[in-house]
Design a protein around this ligand. Structure first.
Ligand code: PLP
Length: 429
C-alpha cells in the first residue's frame, strides 16, 4: 500500500474512531492538571467533573502520590508478580484493612477489564459452572469476555455476532424504566423477583456468579432501591451462586465509603477494583475474594499471572493514594456530596427536559426526557440531533467544564475528583 494511501486511511480513521488520537479534532489537548482543574495547551482551565474516566479520585497532580511513585522508581521499579515485593505486600495488607469484612485475599491485575475477566474465570472454576449473570445497562470492560458481560448496547455490539463469551446472560437492572413500581420498595421487590425468575429459568446449578456494579457507573449513575442488594445476597446464598461486586468505579471513596458494597451493607464473595486505587496515576487493578475462594486459589494453584499485574510502581501509588483518601478525601466526599446532590436535584425542578437525578457520593447521573413527550428516554439509540446530553457537553466544554456521558447517551454523568469544593460544585452546576 502506498504511503499516501495509508495516510489517507489514517486520516479517515482519526475522524471516525472515537479514541483515535488526532491533533485536529475539537477535543482539547490537555497538558497540565491541578486538583479538580485540567489545562489545555493554551492555558484554558476546565473543571474536570468527570475525573477523566471516573478515576482520578485524588485530583490531578497530587504531590504525595507523585513522590511515592518517584521513590519506588528510584528503589526498585519492577519485581515480577511471582516474587515478593515489600510495597506490594504492604498494599495487600492495607486493602484488607479497608475492604468489606468478607474479603481475605487479593489477586492483582492491570486494568478493570482484566480484573473482571480474572474474577469471572476464578468464579467459574471455583463453582464449576459456566454461566455468569449481569445486568442490562452495565459496563464491565472492553475485552472479549468483559464486553460480553457488559449490558450496554454500544459496547456489546462488537462482540454480539462474533466471539461473545458463552454463558453470559442478562437480567434487568433495578431502575424505574424497567419495571412498573410505585415506590422504591416495590421496585426492589419486583427487580429481585425478576432476578430470581432469571436464575430459576437459567438453572441455578449452571450459574457460577452474578456480577454487578453497586452504583452503575458509566451507564447512568443509578443506585439500587433500598433492600435490593440484600435480596441479591439472599438469592446468591439460597441458590449457591457467587456474588461479584464490580467496584472499578465505586471503589476508593467515590460513594463516600471505601467501597460501594459498604454503602449498601452487603458482603460480596469477590470484588474487583481498578481506576481509583492509584487515582489512575499508573495502572493497577485487582480481584479481592473471600477466604474459601482464597483457599481454593492456593490449593488448586489457580495462576493467571500477568507481567505487569501488581506492578510495584502501581502499588506505591496505591498506598499513597489510600493515605490521601483516608486522611482527607473520604471525609471531604461525605461533606460535599449533599451539596452536589441538592444542586443537581434543583435541575430536575428547573428544567422539564431533566427527568431524574440519581447517584451517591460523588457519582451522579442526570437523566434527560424527550422534550416533546416529557418521557424519559428509554431507547439508548437516540439520535445526536435529539440528544440533549451532547448539547450540554459541548456548551459545558465552551464554558470550561467537563462532564461524562452515560453509555446509552441519554444521561450526563457528574463525577468530580474527591477533593472538589462546594465553590467548584457551584461553578460547574
Ligand atoms: N468496570 C467498570 C464498572 C468500569 O466502569 C470500567 C471502565 O470504565 C471497567 C470495569 C473496565 O475498566 P478498564 O477500562 O480499566 O479496563
Amino acid at each position: 500500500m502506498a504511503i499516501e494511501q495509508i495516510d489517507d486511511e489514517l486520516e479517515t480513521a482519526a475522524k471516525t474512531i472515537p479514541h483515535w488520537y488526532s491533533a485536529d479534532d475539537d477535543v482539547p489537548t490537555l497538558v497540565d492538571g491541578d486538583g479538580v482543574e485540567v489545562f489545555d495547551a493554551d492555558g484554558t482551565a476546565y473543571l474536570d467533573f468527570q475525573s477523566q474516566l471516573y478515576c482520578v479520585n485524588a485530583g490531578h497532580s497530587n504531590q504525595r502520590i507523585i513522590d511515592a511513585i518517584a521513590d519506588q522508581l528510584a528503589r526498585i521499579p519492577y519485581v515480577s508478580s511471582g516474587k515478593h515485593n515489600d510495597t506490594r505486600n504492604e498494599l495487600v495488607t492495607r486493602l484488607l484493612e479497608v475492604a468489606p469484612e468478607s474479603m481475605s485475599q487479593t489477586l492483582f491485575s492491570i486494568s478493570g477489564s482484566e480484573a473482571n475477566e480474572a474474577a469471572v474465570m476464578l468464579a467459574r472454576e471455583y463453582a464449576d459452572a459456566p454461566k455468569v449473570l449481569t445486568r442490562w445497562r452495565s459496563y464491565h470492560g472492553s475485552t472479549y469476555g468483559t464486553a460480553s458481560l457488559t449490558g450496554d448496547t454500544d459496547t456489546r455490539a462488537f462482540v454480539e455476532s462474533r466471539a461473545a463469551m458463552t454463558g453470559s446472560e442478562k437480567f434487568l437492572p433495578p431502575i424505574p424504566a424497567a419495571f412498573d413500581a410505585e415506590s422504591p420498595e416495590e421496585l426492589a421487590e419486583q427487580a429481585a423477583n425478576h432476578l430470581e425468575f432469571v436464575i430459576r429459568n437459567e438453572g441455578p446449578d449452571s450459574i457460577a456468579a452474578i456480577l454487578t456494579e453497586i452504583v452503575a457507573g458509566s451507564s447512568g449513575g443509578f443506585t439500587a432501591p433500598p433492600g435490593y442488594f440484600d435480596r441479591v445476597r439472599e438469592l446468591c446464598d439460597e441458590y449457591d451462586i457467587l456474588m461479584i461486586a464490580d467496584e472499578v468505579i465505586t471503589g476508593f471513596g467515590r460513594t463516600g465509603e471505601w467501597f460501594g458494597a459498604q454503602s449498601e451493607g452487603v458482603q460480596p464473595d469477590l470484588m474487583t477494583f481498578a481506576k481509583g486505587v492509584t487515582s489512575s496515576y499508573v495502572p493497577l487493578a485487582g480481584v479481592m475474594m473471600n477466604e474459601e475462594i482464597a483457599d481454593y486459589v492456593v490449593e488448586e494453584g489457580f495462576d493467571i499471572g500477568q507481567t505487569f499485574a501488581g506492578h510495584p510502581v502501581g502499588c506505591a501509588a496505591g498506598l499513597a493514594a489510600m493515605d490521601v483518601y483516608e486522611d482527607e478525601l473520604i471525609e471531604n466526599t461525605r461533606s460535599v456530596s449533599p451539596h452536589l446532590e441538592s444542586r443537581l436535584g434543583a435541575l430536575e425542578d428547573r428544567f422539564d427536559v431533566v427527568s431524574s437525578v440519581h447517584g451517591r457520593g460523588l457519582l451522579w447521573g442526570v437523566e434527560f426526557a424527550d422534550s416533546e413527550t416529557g418521557e424519559p428516554f428509554v431507547d439508548p439509540r437516540v439520535s445526536d440531533a435529539d440528544n440533549p446530553v451532547k448539547t450540554v457537553l459541548s456548551a459545558a466544554g465552551e464554558n470550561g467544564a467537563i462532564f461524562g456521558m452515560g453509555r446509552p447517551g441519554i444521561q450526563l454523568l457528574v463525577s468530580p475528583p474527591l477533593c472538589v469544593t462546594e465553590t467548584e460544585i457551584d461553578e460547574a452546576v
